[in-house]
Write a protein that binds this ligand. Structure first.
Ligand code: C2E
Ligand code: MG
Ligand code: MG
Ligand code: MG
Length: 283
């Protein structure tokens, strides 16, 4: 084959290309191995109610406890998981861990707030996602009101009728539905209302603009007004500064999440009361 492809042959033997391909295949094999051997841990980042200062929910964020590279953030593997479809199995693993953790917290009488789980579009497209949630909840004896589902605007807008009916089904189960990274995609108001979302998480790109320009505040205000008119609560992502929190409070934003309040934490930190202490709004 190499002979007949003439002068284009060099492409196949370009060592850079070859290295990149080999690295990718190696990474994919690593990831597959990691899923089979469960090398993942979940960290939890609180969402704080602006009015009460209390934790209203926690977001489950996956980390890869890599045997030689240490704890890896999803930024370094979630795209590969998406591209290879491994995110479907990874998602199952995450959901199972989250349900086990909720069941544990319920038994120990520890933190009792809902946990939100990020779900990728491939999980919607390639699996019976509502059944997967139903079965995971049943397996661990977890109340559906303690689990929330985050999906991005892109997932939602690419959604065909199947996604719509899966979402409808999940809502009927009692799961709370959140739109993640709102403002980065192209969702229509009609779609948001039709799909019965409960919470809108505004992307941190918009939080970053608060206090920097009049336009930034006006934009956020418009989202809040719209969301409230549709009966949704609003969460600001990526709150890092006191000033942003002050503006969000003045604009009537319902909840905040970000490093100012807390980093994502290992679940063990809840057992020594750390969660409770951290989950107070700075005044
Ligand atoms: P996301 O769902 O939008 O999660 C928010 C991300 O922002 C998290 O990054 C979080 O640690 C980070 N973050 C929180 N507060 C701040 C802040 O104040 N400033 C800044 N700069 N960042 C902040 P993380 O944990 O690295 O996760 C990145 C993305 O990976 C998530 O974005 C989500 O899309 C995806 N992801 C995480 N866990 C899962 C999972 O279990 N399943 C799937 N499908 N995706 C996941
Ligand atoms: Mg999220
Ligand atoms: Mg987000
Ligand atoms: Mg975001």
């Amino acid at each position: 084959l190499a002979k007949t492809s003439g002068k284009h042959t060099y492409r196949f033997f370009d060592p850079k290309f070859y290295d990149a391909l080999r690295n990718r295949l190696q990474r994919e094999a690593d990831l597959r191995h990691a899923i089979e051997h469960d090398q993942f841990v979940i960290h939890y980042q609180p969402r704080i109610d602006v009015k009460t200062g209390r934790t209203s929910s926690m977001e489950a964020l996956v980390r890869w406890a890599h045997p030689t590279e240490g704890i890896l953030q999803p930024g370094s593997f979630i795209d590969l998981a998406e591209e290879t479809g491994l995110v479907v199995q990874l998602g199952q693993l995450v959901l199972d861990k989250v349900c086990a953790q909720i069941a544990h917290w319920t038994r120990t009488g520890d933190v009792m707030v809902p946990v939100s789980v990020n779900v990728s579009s491939r999980q919607f497209n390639e699996a019976d996602i509502s059944r997967i949630f139903r079965e995971a909840l049943a397996r661990h004896g977890v109340d559906a009101r303690l689990v929330e589902v985050e999906l991005t605007e892109a997932t939602m807008m690419n959604g065909d009728q199947d996604i719509n009916s899966a979402l409808h089904d999940m809502h009927k189960q009692g799961l709370t539905l959140l739109v993640d990274d709102f403002g980065t995609g192209y969702s229509s108001l009609a779609k948001l209302q039709q799909l019965d979302f409960d919470v809108l998480k505004v992307d941190r790109a918009f939080t970053r603009e608060l206090g920097r320009s009049d336009q930034g505040n006006v934009f956020f205000q418009a989202i809040i007004t719209m969301a409230h008119a549709l009966g949704m609560r609003v969460v600001a992502e990526g709150v890092e500064e006191e000033r942003q929190l002050d503006i969000l409070r003045a604009l009537g934003c319902d909840e905040v999440q970000g490093y100012l309040l807390s980093q994502p934490l290992a679940p063990t930190s809840s057992q020594n009361g750390l969660f409770r202490e951290l989950h107070r709004l700075p005044t």
